[in-house]
Write a new protein. Sequence first.
Length: 400
Amino acid sequence: MSARVLITEVRAATMAVGAATYGLIPDAAIALDGDRILWVGPRADCPGELATLPRHSFDGRLVTPALIDCHTHIVHAGHRAREFEMRLEGASYEEIARAGGGIISTVSATRAAGEVSLVSAALPRVDALIAEGVSTIEIKSGYGLDIDTEMTMLRAARALGRARPVTIVTSFLGAHAVPSGMDGDSYVDDICLPALDAAQAEGLVDAVDGFCEGIAFNPSQIARVFGHARALGLPVKLHAEQLSHTGGTQLAARYGALSADHIEYAAEADAAALARSGTTAVLLPGAFYTLHETQKPPVDSLRRHGVPMALATDWNPGSSPMGSLLLAMNMGCTLFGLTPAEALAATTRNAARALGLTDRGSIAPGQRADLAIWDVEDPAELSYRFGVNPLHARIYGGVL
């Protein structure tokens, strides 16, 4: 495609803020100028100066904003298939973690791998997401739990963005688990905060995350990490209320977090706090499914208070070894009760919001020309089917 081109013969689900449902334009034209969207609207209304641009027809296919996976852990080494077996035999997530499994087992494998190995292992994961129309992927550290490996993970994440046509957003997750032989307070002071300083100095950090849970860090420890992040000028996000109610959601809201993720045990007051702070709720059905959880996130409360909801794969080797954002959309509907329109908003404009990105997630003038073209007629089909990938083409930064 040339620098300036007119896309025609498409059904456009613009996902524009304030538009009805999908913001669907049945017979649309989209003008691209390099990596930006210049104009979108009904084909019959296309301005004359744009109608003469080179055209690319997609024969009536559906076009949406490219998808965004706003919560992943795809830089890691090893696998935890044995833990999958243990859970089927009756062990809980907490029991596995306290027995030395869980995050700590992945830490051992990741520490033993170098940057080259981590990039090599993660590239197929990136490719799988790209193949489903994903243009932007958030990647967390957190399987190092020492300064050197946390830095290595973040460098590997940046390298993935250079190796593939995809935007990588990094989150420093030094406060992911407490290493064996340390207490949480000492770890925060001696490892986590110095690692954050080093990573920020090297330009490796876009946001700071933490795991606020009984098996990880308490709210006061996370508050110290968030205070440090704020001093560095970095936004924060939080794994909150996944396995129990510890007050993480309220903490995230107090710090104006970009997102509060998981939140299965969040309450009505937590939803109200997220609404006041403008924090996005990121729902992660892959972990809910894998861990055989029964406590669902408070979707009705989030709707009542107008909290934007995003969906993500949470792709990680333990609690959510799921490499399909389309499956996450289906699960968001079937397990959590989202509508297909909410699920598409959750993987486009709301996922962008969860990452603090204002230049993508909808088809509108000035937005990045990141688009997905699908072999479907109705946007609901993207959530309706599972085990099927209907992607026809992906446009990234205006390039087909």
